[in-house]
Design a binder for this molecule. Structure first.
Ligand code: NVA
Length: 254
């Protein structure tokens, strides 16, 4: 069952509690893309079937599965197969630079990357840092897995030594009215080949972006270059979502 925003106005015509009970009576699992993260928590609280977060304003966990799968494929040594290896071996000690907004995609990366042994250096403009509580949790994860997590306000500080450079839109869903203010705040954050190389990325740096992509955050010479793996990453959204659904079915005993 696909329920788009025209079919179901979550929390508008009906309480989330009631919607959660009705939908979960009809399906074996739900993938929900919401606005405020509290909405998915309410759905999960009252649902009788598993709820997968397909994006909230705080997290984008399924995106990070595709990112990790893509990097795992890219860093699998020649002659070996990704499915024979664990990402915590192929990705260990790689450095990711996030240059952009402290948003939902970044939050999920911050929490997850330590678990595969990756270091993360973040550059955001002042006032656009990741959420404090998530930073705290992510720092604990980094300490537990002995990875580094650093926060900066200059792109070059994050890019220095990076293997993988990542960004996302500066204007996430629901922030459209802040567009003008955000474009001003992110001046100097556009990724270009020249800027990445001048700021000391590793010689074989790679680029990822969760899509959809806007011109302002990254130029075509990066986005469409051989260093960019954004379309492989997009395809991997399919395989990772299928894996999530597969797990859900396993849990249900299918
Ligand atoms: N940060 C973006 C991700 C889009 C897939 C948003 O929330 O709109």
């Amino acid at each position: 069952m696909f329920l788009g925003s025209q079919d179901i106005q979550l929390g508008v015509n009906e309480s989330l509690l009631d919607t959660s009970k009705v939908i979960s009576s009809m399906v074996d699992g739900v993938m929900a893309r919401v606005g405020a993260h509290e909405e998915i928590e309410t759905l999960a609280k009252y649902s009788t079937v598993p709820i997968i977060n397909a994006l909230s304003d705080m997290y984008h966990p399924t995106q990070i599965l595709a990112d990790i799968m893509t990097l795992h494929e890219l860093y699998t040594p020649a002659g070996q197969q990704p499915h024979d290896l664990d990402p915590s071996t192929t990705l260990k000690n790689l450095r990711m630079a996030w240059v952009g907004d402290g948003n939902n995609v970044l939050h999920s990366l911050m929490l997850q990357l330590p678990k595969v042994g990756m270091h993360l250096a973040i550059a955001t403009p002042k006032g656009y840092e990741p959420h404090g509580a998530i930073l705290e949790q992510a720092s604990q994860n980094a300490a537990e897995f002995q990875t580094s997590l650093t926060l900066h306000h200059e792109p070059k500080q994050a890019i220095q030594g990076a293997n993988v450079i990542v960004t996302d839109t500066w204007i996430s869903m629901g922030q459209e009215e802040e567009k003008k203010k955000r474009l001003e705040a992110f001046a100097g954050y556009q990724l270009t080949t020249e800027m990445i190389q001048a700021n000391g990325a590793q010689a074989d740096w790679k680029f990822l972006h969760c899509l959809p992509r806007k011109q302002e955050e990254v130029t075509d010479d990066v986005f469409y270059s051989p260093r960019s793996h954004v379309f492989q990453e997009a395809e991997n959204r399919k395989w990772t979502i299928l894996a999530c659904i597969d797990q859900l079915m396993v849990k249900k005993g299918f």
